[in-house]
Design a protein around this ligand. Structure first.
Ligand SMILES: Cc1cc2nc3c(=O)[nH]c(=O)nc-3n(C[C@H](O)[C@H](O)[C@H](O)COP(=O)(O)O)c2cc1C
Length: 205
C-alpha cells in the first residue's frame, strides 16, 4: 500500500465485523511498526493495554459511552501516556549511557535537561505524556491500515473510570482508545468529512 493510499483509505469505521478476529501476530506487527513514531528524547513514554477478553471488553464498553464498536471489534487498545517517562526509571536511559560510552556525568546532564523540560509541573508532565502517546496512537492507525486493518479512535470515554477500573497507577494518563479490526462488509461508510485546508489553518509569518 502506498503512503497516499494509507492516508486516503484510513477511516474511523463505526461497524466492525465481530466474526473476524485480529491475529495476535498481526497485532504485534502493527504495534512494532507503529513504535517507529517519534518521541521526545526518544523516551517513548507510552504503554498499551490490549482489551481482548469478553470480560475486559464489557468493562471498557460501559466506560466508553456504550459505543458498540468496543464489543464488536476484536481488540481495543487503551493508549496510555507515562507522566514520569522522563525520569531515571525509564530503561531508555541505559541506552543513552551506552551511547555516551558510560559517561555518567553526560547522562546526568541529559536527564536534568529532560527534567527541566518535562518534569517541573503537572502541566508539563501531562503535556509530555499525552503529546508523545498521541503520536503513537496516530502511528498505530496508519500502521494498522498499512496491514489492511481498520481502526477507530475514541475519546468519548470515561478517562478517570478507565484509570480506576483497569487499576492504572497515578503516573499514567489515558490518552484515547483505538478499536482495531475489519469493517462489517454489509455497512457503507459515510463519505469522508470535509477537511480544513492549508489556507484555513496555516498562518504564514
Ligand atoms: C482523539 C479522537 C477521539 C475520537 N473519539 C470518538 C468517539 O469517541 N466516538 C466516535 O464515534 N468517533 C470518535 N472519533 C472519530 C472522529 O469522529 C473521526 O476521526 C472524524 O469524524 C473524521 O473521520 P475519519 O477518521 O473517518 O476521517 C475520534 C477521533 C479522534 C482523533
Amino acid at each position: 500500500m502506498s503512503s497516499k493510499e494509507i492516508f486516503e483509505e484510513r477511516r474511523s469505521i463505526n461497524f466492525f465485523d465481530s466474526k473476524k478476529n485480529l491475529e495476535d501476530n498481526l497485532l504485534k506487527d502493527i504495534i512494532n511498526r507503529a513504535v517507529l513514531a517519534p518521541s521526545a528524547f526518544n523516551l517513548q513514554p507510552w504503554e498499551i493495554i490490549a482489551v481482548k477478553s469478553k470480560e475486559a471488553k464489557d468493562k471498557l464498553y460501559k466506560l466508553s459511552s456504550n459505543q458498540p464498536k468496543v464489543l464488536e471489534a476484536p481488540v481495543t487498545l487503551i493508549i496510555l501516556g507515562d507522566k514520569n517517562g522522563y525520569d531515571k526509571s525509564n530503561p531508555i536511559w541505559d541506552i543513552f549511557l551506552k551511547n555516551f560510552d558510560g559517561d555518567e556525568e553526560k547522562l546526568a546532564n541529559t536527564q536534568g535537561f529532560a527534567y527541566s523540560l518535562y518534569g517541573t509541573s503537572e502541566e508539563r508532565k501531562l503535556k509530555f505524556a499525552e503529546s508523545n502517546a498521541a503520536l503513537l496512537a496516530m502511528s498505530i492507525m496508519y500502521a494498522a491500515k498499512s496491514f489492511g486493518v481498520d481502526s477507530h479512535p475514541m475519546s468519548g470515554i470515561d478517562f478517570d473510570g478507565i484509570k480506576k477500573e483497569f487499576h492504572l497507577d497515578d503516573n499514567k494518563t489515558v490518552v484515547m482508545t483505538i478499536a482495531l479490526g475489519y469493517l462489517e462488509e454489509s455497512k457503507t461508510l459515510y463519505p469522508r468529512a470535509y477537511r480544513k485546508n492549508y489556507e484555513e489553518i496555516v498562518k504564514e509569518l
